[in-house]
Ligand binder design. Structure first.
Ligand code: ZN
Length: 473
């Protein structure tokens, strides 16, 4: 029996525009007094007219372009009709026939995951379940109603929970690079619904288990665990009778994060009818080639390109990954790199950023790229321990690192004649140690120690050793 999981992901990303999707209400809805960011449009009152948010539409196209999609030059909105208390209009404005962008892909570990589409829609309100006077009640908060949402629908090209996780992290990273959403899964500004079924090849017969959609998974680990749980559950189900319920179209299951298992919500025979029809209150939306090119120009260097560039600086995969992971951190790195064109400067800065600076909270406003350059130019006169400490001290005090180095006597003397005179002095004063060295060259450590002492620790130890050896020959 050969089992191949078939996994597709629907990812919702809430855009961080100032105003909502179809009205001018403030789109901020976290920790806000309930129902204060509302108006007749987002409350779905009769006669209210929606006006699309231009920035949100452009950001959806921008995200699509970053996901290698093709924009539809003409697209339109539709009404998806269903009843739910958090949806006051009785329908959601979304896109079905002509979404903003289609047919993209993302590469995960060299494998292409096709993206069917990315479309623009509005978020719903929020049901808040609570108790009052011992009675269970549900309250509705419409602050989130009509906040712009992009839905990215993948083709079912994902074959494992691990790959699903990588795909999600990649989308999150791209969205953050574009600066269009916080894409925080725990906060709900990025949400994911996996659909999972299995292709089972058994005794020359091929079976497909019914499609299962898992709802309400609110963490990255949750998505992974839910997928693995479903793969196991569907395998066991099949093994019981060696057949599949062919009448089932799609089953919706919820995710119980405490028990780490999915549970049946509803089984559907035939697809549900949302009675989609074009939204009559919003005209078709047209993007010209010029407008699309203008949007393309606003796309910054994306994570994969950045990673490749960092690798070209002779950084390890691991370091290049850490530095390109978050746009904020990568931005600081690139900002510092501008201060020198020396090819080995990048590696020098990377070591400091991933070493000593990693332990403190960095504020880009306080970064002085020149400090990195000064330390780099003096790297032969400073020990690596001193450099690590100086970068932190200069960041915290705002002082020139070389001035701190001089004050603390950390500058090493690399001047050959100066070290030579210390060496001569040490050789003259330690005839016995010189005799010892002639019998046993390993005993040079003592003479180096004496030289370091004579120079008050300022001599470059490597040079001290070389010069002593030369004079003792
Ligand atoms: Zn509103």
């Amino acid at each position: 029996m050969k089992i191949t999981p078939i996994i597709g992901l629907e990812v919702h990303v809430e855009l961080k525009t100032k105003s909502k999707m179809f009205c001018s209400c403030d789109a901020q809805h976290f920790h806000i007094e309930p129902n204060t960011h509302t108006c007749p449009v987002c409350l779905g009152l009769p006669g209210a007219l929606p006006v699309p948010n231009k920035t949100a539409c452009e950001w959806c196209v921008k995200l699509g372009l970053a996901l290698n999609c093709t924009p539809n030059k003409i697209s339109f909105f539709e009404r998806k009709n269903y009843f739910y208390p958090d949806l006051p209009k009785g329908y959601q404005i979304t896109q079905l026939e002509k979404p903003f962008v289609v047919n993209g892909f993302l590469e995960i570990d060299g494998q292409k995951i096709r993206i069917n589409r990315a479309h623009m829609e509005e978020d719903t309100g929020k049901s808040v379940h609570t108790t009052e006077n011992g009675v269970d009640i549900t309250l509705i908060d419409y602050n989130r109603s009509s906040v712009p949402l992009v839905e990215i629908v993948s083709e079912p090209d994902i074959t494992s929970a691990e790959m699903a996780k990588k795909y999600l992290l990649k989308i999150q990273q791209i969205v953050r690079y574009l600066g269009i959403s916080d894409a925080d899964i725990e906060k709900g500004s990025m949400r994911c619904e996996p659909t999972i079924n299995l292709k089972i090849e058994d005794n020359e017969q091929t079976f497909y288990t019914p499609l299962v959609e898992v709802k309400n998974v609110a963490s990255l680990t949750g998505v992974q665990t839910a997928i693995d749980f479903e793969i196991n559950r569907q395998t066991e189900e099949f093994e019981k009778n060696h057949e599949v319920k062919s009448s089932l179209n799609k089953t919706t299951r919820g995710w119980d994060a405490d028990k780490n298992q999915t549970f049946l919500q509803r089984e559907k025979e035939g697809s549900s009818d949302y009675r989609y029809f074009p939204e009559p209150d919003i005209p078709h939306i047209v993007f010209t080639d010029e407008q699309i090119e203008e949007i393309r120009k606003t796309i910054p260097e994306l994570p994969d390109e950045k990673f490749a560039r960092y690798k070209s600086y002779d950084l390890s995969d691991y370091d290049a990954h850490l530095l390109s992971k978050e746009p904020f951190f990568a931005g600081i790195f690139d900002f510092i790199l501008r201060s020198s064109t020396d090819p080995s400067f990048a590696k020098f800065v990377a070591n400091l950023m991933l070493g000593s600076l990693k332990t403190i909270q960095i504020d880009i406003e306080k970064i002085i790229p020149d400090n990195f350059k000064k330390l780099f130019d003096n790297k032969n006169n400073l020990s690596s321990t001193a450099i690590k400490q100086l970068i932190v001290d200069s960041y915290q005090t705002g002082k020139d690192p070389l001035i701190i180095a001089k004050e603390q006597g950390l500058m090493q003397v690399s001047d050959t004649s100066a070290i030579e005179s210390f060496a001569k002095e040490v050789i003259d004063q330690n005839p016995k140690a010189v005799e010892d060295y002639k019998k046993n060259p390993a005993s040079i450590g003592f003479l180096i120690g004496q030289l370091m002492k004579a120079s008050h620790g300022s001599a470059n130890p490597q040079m001290a050793k070389e010069i002593l050896e030369k004079l003792l020959k």
